[in-house]
Design a protein around this ligand. Structure first.
Ligand code: ADP
Length: 743
């Protein structure tokens, strides 16, 4: 089927053709035939890179340009939202019937806003969580949505992220019964069941633009499911290394999945030794640039130094401990073919698209902290193996598991390669996750009675799969909790949310966290310090998972608890009465201790050394805690703790930037993070006013403040600058170099 024959505006076809697309892929053709462009609801389950996004794009354009419609595109991750935004942005050139241009918007941040500006957007790319919060804030435009695109709908199976997706889909469909729904999914066994739930048609295909062969490698032989096999060299006495060398020698790239971060790093080191011999001079030169980029992005730590060193040798590691900026450099350089091999944890397979010719799954076990090692699911295996084969670069993608005996080889062939992925199951009925959705239903006025609540939850995928009776007792129990804690109340038979309940729902935190913060602010510690607030928020279930204190850290943490006993908002549990509770408490204390170090300007490298907490983990913790401190601030307002308003607000900003209070005035400037802020402060510039009076020369004399940053500072703070100095600065900085990273 030709793109040009589709009933979509020819300008849209032109935009798509610019990407060298003229014929539809088979799953795309099926989707069109099934009525995707005629407003039919559809679940499209097909492998990664089979072109699902294009179908979503065509539908979206049709809605916006021909029907004055409004489109919401849901993704499970912020990184994916950014990726999709870039893809949809190209349609901003098109015009609607009214003559105005198509407006594409992305909204992923700030969970305490209804983002009224989105009312003017035609295509809104967002995350499931943000949509949930927008619904709670009763964003008016939600009722105008005519097309809901739900990407990665297999996330329904995920304990942490599934329930939110399920609730927002139920809600959106209830809200806009006439809206079209397009759900995109990896190939799963029960796509039809999801389709029935969504009152949609379903298309399931295994089609991929590049052939995929899957198999198992034993010693020096890899056997594939199509009956073929390859012999690989045996130089390294390790199948993974041999496979990697084999692939790189043939100008291919490899992705190695390892069970843990530690193993990913150790593989990367070993692989680098093998790969470095295979690099050409120009390749080494371009890798040096990538390596420099890593060193320049964010704070330097032992982890980023090691990454930079390995990248020079053509190899990277990739896991959630890396900062987002380092991960991005690795992803871009891998896509550009500069990095030959990336050793990653399985989370990579669930994030951004990073295909490689050869995917090696070094272990079929996965380590779950606190529980041990488990065999991965077939779904996990398929998600990883599906990354094999780069469109436009490879003729075939190869995915291999590694076996050490022939029995194991048979087992792996049987259990993974020739197995179908498991069914998806709703994870909604977990009290921890359902709590917040029950409150939101009442607080946002979606349900006005107990029966109204049941009616809503009976429309969910959970009720569809397990029957509506099963969810009632959990909802009833949660309702009792919310009533007891004063978040909801009854007026006759009418259920309504109290001010407390409404605010908690809007703040997008777990109701239990709301109760903990409310009680903490009321009880207060004997001696109220930064630690009191940091521990209070780390005590909430929204900080999850907590850092797991290691054996060798226990003594230090015990001493820390002893020294700060009077600073906790809650009673310290007795070590000897309940060791599990005490250990959990130590986990919270460890989080608070890490944060306290962070806001006292301990370097990231030091935090890695002292707590084994890496930059990526630290960032995620600060993001959550920042939000909880904001929520605490809002609750101080609600409950009249005026004396704590300034404290919670300052702490929130300090956690955001990792600074002592004295740097607060400085880090408000763009381009000034904690390192440059400290440098300015130490040089005597402690206020905006002092910067206003500073000469350019004085600023550029400070370490880390080059002409570019000095110019930026001056542009922001104002004040007089001698014209010859300004001219010199402009010459030094040059045009086109305006962007500076925060430091
Ligand atoms: P999915 O959403 O299924 O993971 P994508 O939509 O991201 O897959 O498509 C993967 C790649 O294939 C993209 O680079 C896209 O531009 C390209 N592509 C999509 N449809 C076609 C087509 N009909 N012909 C050629 N390339 C296509």
């Amino acid at each position: 089927m030709r793109l040009g024959n589709l009933p979509v505006p020819k300008e849209a076809v032109e935009v798509i053709e610019e990407q060298d697309i003229s014929e539809l892929y088979p799953p795309q053709e099926e989707a069109i035939k099934a009525g995707a462009l005629d407003g039919k609801n559809l679940v499209l389950a097909s492998p990664t890179a089979s072109g699902k996004t294009l179908i979503a794009e065509l539908c979206a354009i049709k809605h916006v340009t021909e029907q004055d419609g409004k489109v919401i595109y849901l993704t499970p991750l912020r990184a994916l939202a950014s990726e999709k935004y870039r893809e949809f942005k190209k349609y901003s050139r098109l015009r609607k019937r009214s003559g105005t241009r198509v407006r594409v918007a992305i909204s992923t941040g700030d969970y305490d806003s209804s983002d009224p500006w989105l009312e003017a957007a035609d295509i809104i790319i967002t995350t499931n969580e943000k949509t949930d919060s927008l619904l709670r804030h009763k964003a008016r435009w939600m009722g105008d949505v005519t097309l809901v695109i739900a990407d990665e709908v297999h996330v329904l199976n995920d304990v942490d992220r599934g329930p939110t997706l399920e609730v927002i889909l139920t809600r959106l469909l209830e809200f806009n019964p006439k809206a079209q729904i397009l759900a995109l999914s990896a190939t799963v066994r029960n796509a039809e069941e999801i389709a029935e739930w969504l009152k949609a048609g379903s298309i399931t295909t295994e089609w991929r633009p590049i052939k995929l062969v899957e198999g198992v490698c034993l010693h020096n032989t890899a056997e594939f499911n199509d009956g073929s096999s390859i012999k690989i060299g045996g130089d390294y006495g390790d199948s993974v290394l041999n496979l990697v060398a084999y692939t790189v020698k043939q100008n291919g790239q490899a992705l190695v999945f390892a069970e843990t971060r530690k193993k990913a790093v150790s593989y990367a080191k070993k692989i680098a030794n093998a790969v470095k011999k295979l690099l050409s001079r120009p390749e080494k030169r371009s890798l040096k640039t990538v390596s420099d980029r890593i060193l320049a992005a964010g704070e330097r730590t032992r982890v980023s130094d090691l990454l930079a060193k390995l990248v020079q040798l053509g190899v990277a590691f990739h896991h959630a401990g890396l900062s987002a900026s380092h991960r991005k450099v690795v992803e871009d350089a891998f896509r550009a073919g500069k990095i030959k091999v990336t050793a990653a944890t399985p989370t990579l397979a669930y994030g951004v698209n990073l295909p490689a010719r050869m995917v090696i799954i070094s272990s079929y076990k996965r380590y779950v902290p606190g529980y041990g090692r488990y065999p991965i699911s077939v779904l996990d295996f398929k998600q990883m193996s599906g990354r094999a084969g780069r469109p436009r670069y490879d003729n075939v993608g190869e995915a291999l598991l590694i076996a050490s005996t022939s029995d194991e080889q048979d087992y792996l062939m049987e259990s993974y390669v020739f197995s179908k992925p498991e069914k998806l199951w709703s994870k909604l009925a977990v009290e921890r996750v359902l709590r917040s959705h029950v409150l939101a239903s009442i607080a946002s006025g979606f349900a006005h009675s107990e029966q109204g609540l049941y009616d809503f939850f009976e429309k969910t995928f959970y009720a569809y799969q397990y029957g509506s009776k099963n969810i009632r007792p959990i909802v009833a129990k949660i309702l009792e909790f919310l009533y007891k804690e004063g978040m909801v109340n009854l007026d006759g038979k009418r259920l309504f949310a109290t001010d407390f309940g409404r605010r908690i729902s809007e703040l997008y935190i777990d109701p239990l966290s709301g109760v903990i913060i409310r009680d903490g602010l009321y009880n207060r510690a004997d001696s109220l310090t930064d630690l009191s607030f940091l521990h209070m928020v780390c005590h909430t279930p929204d900080v999850a998972p907590k850092y797991y204190p290691r054996r060798r850290e226990m003594d230090g943490l015990n001493v820390f608890v002893g020294a700060h006993r009077g600073e906790f908002m809650f009673e310290v549990p007795e070590e000897w009465t309940d060791s599990v509770v005490y250990e959990e408490f130590l986990g919270e204390v460890k989080c608070a201790f890490v944060l306290e170090s962070w806001i006292n300007e301990v370097s990231e490298d030091n935090i890695i050394e002292r707590f084994s907490v890496q930059s990526g983990d630290l960032f995620r913790l600060t993001e959550t805690v920042k939000w909880l401190l904001y929520a605490s601030h809002e609750l101080c307002r609600l409950f009249g703790h005026k004396d704590l308003l300034a404290k919670t607000s300052a702490l929130e900003r300090r956690v955001k930037s990792g600074i002592k209070a004295e740097l607060l005035p400085l880090v408000g400037l763009r381009g000034i993070g904690r390192v440059r802020g400290r440098a300015l402060f130490n040089a005597g510039f402690r206020t905006i006013k002092s910067l206003k009076h500073a000469s350019i020369g004085q600023l550029t004399d400070i370490p880390m403040i080059g002409p570019q940053v000095a110019k930026k500072i001056k542009e922001q703070v104002g004040g007089l600058v001698r014209s010859d100095e300004w001219e010199r600065l402009r010459r030094e900085v040059g045009e086109g170099q305006k962007q500076i990273s925060e430091y």
